[in-house]
Design a protein around this ligand. Structure first.
Ligand code: ATP
Length: 300
């Protein structure tokens, strides 16, 4: 086999509950991940060394060296297999970079699937999940797709049954937000408030709305503990969220650490209406529609 192409979806967090700051600097999280139909494509081709090229959405902000998460995934897989495999990776990005939609994690997951195939390793999903957990807390979900609750740092996953398809609008912002800086701002805001931070828990009404496929109920339950911090660092996002609500979105929130904003719509047609209104309001660099849940990485 000379090359393998894998298509991999972005994620949005339907609930992101951030627990108290732990002594090791991390937070316990409850993370309801939902994969949506916004895809990167990773092509792995046989080569002796390791290399990566990136094209598409904000490609100039993605490293083309060993820092690239897809290359790190390929290196980790070769190490796991105990052989000096090589690969040339070509990434076509559509997922916003540093946008809170786990694009780098998606590329890492896609590289694991593509190299497993290219190198004929035949490793089961469980093995890839272990490697994924070492690469980053969002990578295991990126391998799984669908909708799932993540606990711990996000790496312990329980898939969820979802009773329908949800329709989304995503407002992309200029430039990214650093996930580390957003967590640090969240800690600062909480320290200044001086309130006790509860242990994170999945919200039962949100899980019930997912099971029922009830978009209206889900819209009311969307929640992101990082949102105040993302808004503090990027105040213009408040107007973006407000514009979506004003134009009839069932729910609006910052996706993960932002700055992408996500809006839930009642149907595919309604999503197009909300998207058109957001474009007209001039509150985003670009506005896209998508649906979820969608399956994880797939060879195309
Ligand atoms: P998350 O939602 O998991 O917090 P994010 O969507 O905010 O992540 P990413 O797009 O994953 O952010 O990128 C975060 C940083 O990782 C970027 O600043 C980028 O330079 C770096 N990076 C490394 N490899 C990649 C990759 N393959 N795609 C995108 N970014 C990458």
């Amino acid at each position: 086999m000379n090359s393998v192409t894998v298509r991999v979806p972005a994620k949005v967090n339907l609930q992101l509950a951030v627990g108290p700051l732990r002594d090791d600097g991390y937070h316990d999280l409850v993370n309801v991940f939902h994969a949506v139909s916004l895809f990167d494509e990773v092509t792995a081709a046989a080569e002796t060394g390791m290399s990566v090229r990136v094209e598409g959405e904000s490609a100039d902000q993605v490293p083309e060296d060993d820092d690239n998460l897809a290359i790190r995934a390929a290196v980790a897989l070769a190490r796991h297999a105990g052989r000096p495999y090589g690969v040339s990776l070509a990434i076509r990005k559509a997922i916003p970079v540093a946008g809170g939609m786990a694009g780098g994690s998606a590329d890492a997951a896609a590289a694991l699937v593509a190299c497993n195939e290219l190198w004929g390793l035949g490793l089961p999903l469980d093995d890839l999940m272990e490697i994924a957990a070492d690469l980053g807390s969002d990578v295991p979900f990126a391998l799984l797709g669908g909708t799932a609750v993540g606990t711990g740092r996000g790496e312990r996953l329980a898939p969820l049954e979802v009773g329908g398809t949800f329709h989304w609008v995503f407002a992309l912002a200029d430039g990214g937000l650093s996930t580390a800086k957003v967590y640090a701002e969240c800690d600062r805001i909480r320290a200044a408030d001086g309130l006790a931070v509860p242990e994170p828990r999945a919200a039962e009404p949100l899980l019930a709305a997912l099971r029922a496929g009830d978009a209206e109920a889900l819209g009311a339950e969307l929640a992101n503990d990082l949102q105040p911090a993302a808004l503090r660092l990027r105040p213009s996002l408040a107007a973006t969220l407000e514009a979506g609500r004003k134009h009839g979105a069932l729910g609006a929130l910052v996706s993960g650490s932002g700055p992408t904003c996500a809006f839930l719509a009642a149907s595919a047609g309604h999503a197009e209406e909300v998207a058109a209104a957001l474009r007209g309001a001039g509150v985003a660099r670009e506005v896209l529609t998508a649906h979820g849940p969608v399956p994880g990485p797939a060879v195309v």
